[in-house]
Design a protein around this ligand. Structure first.
Ligand code: GH3
Ligand code: MG
Ligand code: MG
Length: 344
């Protein structure tokens, strides 16, 4: 049995049904950059067709004809809004919504229920289940468009506010709050999978002297340039660069072992030096430089806390400062052996 055999509205092609492999090719159905992504879920092709006609001109539209298929599209496409049929065989709309709400990655996606089974009671039930709105069938295209527009506006506003809450206002990279949230998540993942995790902590050398001589504005500009360089050098999607505070930054590098972490540290050191920002008053070099501490958790053993990785990076940074600045020091986190497997 496969879950992916939607019947498509005539506009979407001549095929009356498609296989699981074809679904990926058919989606997105109306791709265009920067259009909001909508997922429409209904087991009845006729209803999909009506919603397709109403919404496809202004949105990037995805279709699903079962709850299971909807969850797959949501995982892969992360839509901005879902229009969800309530009554479907196998997995109904309430169950789909429950899945969405229980996963932090999809919990914030707004869901509008669309159902023929109207009435105050079902409407209340939909809203209590966590839907943002309720549209009765048969749908009126202009009402659907208006409600979708309203909920997309709210969604984009809340996305914007959440992004702002995690960004550093001066440099535009992530802030301390974002880092504090990500560190335990990445730490947990590394412990579970026995994968490597490297943390680099870095600090601008003689930055007080830089501010004192070149002015605070120039200091701010210098921090912005350094942040941009760090971001440009760390290109993996999972890498995180955050301003930790003042003139200190942290880089969190999942799946990065100690040797690669040290190479990355050196790259950052050289990239900042290559900015060639004059600093006649630095104790290190005549240009702005950074000192870096690298700490890596690797191997299948256990180390007790994420904060130990942070302390180790901090102590390595201290070492780099103490040894003359403009350099990288690093260490591996000592690990205890993983607990032995007990068999019955
Ligand atoms: P070291 O090489 O040991 O790190 O010396 P340092 O002078 O960089 O360190 P110190 O901690 O004495 O001074 C840090 C300076 O960073 C002091 C503060 O004025 C400056 N600073 C911190 N945050 C900002 C900021 O947002 N903008 C500017 N322009 N300067 C900042
Ligand atoms: Mg400093
Ligand atoms: Mg400092």
């Amino acid at each position: 049995m496969n879950d992916f055999s939607p019947t498509l509205p005539p506009e979407l092609g001549s095929a009356s049904s498609v296989s699981a492999a074809d679904v990926d090719l058919l989606l997105p159905l109306a791709a265009a950059p920067r259009k909001a992504k909508l997922l429409v879920v209904d087991d009845q092709p006729i209803h999909l067709q009506v919603l397709y006609r109403a919404l496809s001109a202004d949105h990037q539209l995805f279709m699903a004809t079962s709850g299971a298929q909807a969850l797959k599209v949501i995982r892969e496409q992360n839509p901005d809004l879902v229009l969800l049929d309530v009554v479907m065989p196998d997995m109904d709309g309430f169950e789909v919504l429950q899945h969405l709400k229980s996963n932090p990655e999809s919990a914030a996606i707004p869901v509008i229920f669309v159902t023929a089974h109207g009435g105050d009671e079902i409407e209340t039930q939909c809203l209590h289940a966590g839907a943002v709105d309720f549209i009765p069938k048969p749908v009126n295209p202009s009402v659907v468009r208006a409600r979708v527009k309203t909920h997309l506006t709210l969604k984009f506003q809340s996305d914007f506010l959440r992004d702002m809450a995690f960004l550093d206002g001066l440099t535009g990279v992530s802030n301390r709050r974002q880092f504090d949230e990500r560190l335990p998540v990445e730490w947990g993942r590394a412990q579970r999978n026995g994968s490597a995790l490297t943390l680099i902590m870095l600090d601008v050398d003689s930055f007080k002297a830089y501010n004192d001589h070149y002015g605070h504005q120039a200091g701010d500009d210098c921090l912005r340039q350094i942040a941009a360089v760090l971001k440009a050098e760390l290109r993996r999607p999972a890498d995180l660069v955050a301003r930790y505070g003042g003139e200190e930054f942290v880089c969190l590098l999942p799946d990065t072992g100690f040797d690669d972490g040290m190479v990355m540290g050196l790259r950052l050191l050289n990239a900042v030096k290559a900015l060639a920002i004059p600093h006649r008053f630095s104790v290190a070099e005549p240009v702005v430089t950074i000192s870096l501490g690298v700490a890596t958790r690797e191997g299948s053993g256990q180390a007790s806390r994420a904060t130990y990785l942070l302390s180790l990076a901090d102590s390595q940074l201290y070492q780099a400062k103490h040894s003359g600045r403009a350099q990288v020091c690093g260490a591996r986190l000592p690990m205890a052996a993983a607990p032995a497997q007990v068999s019955a």
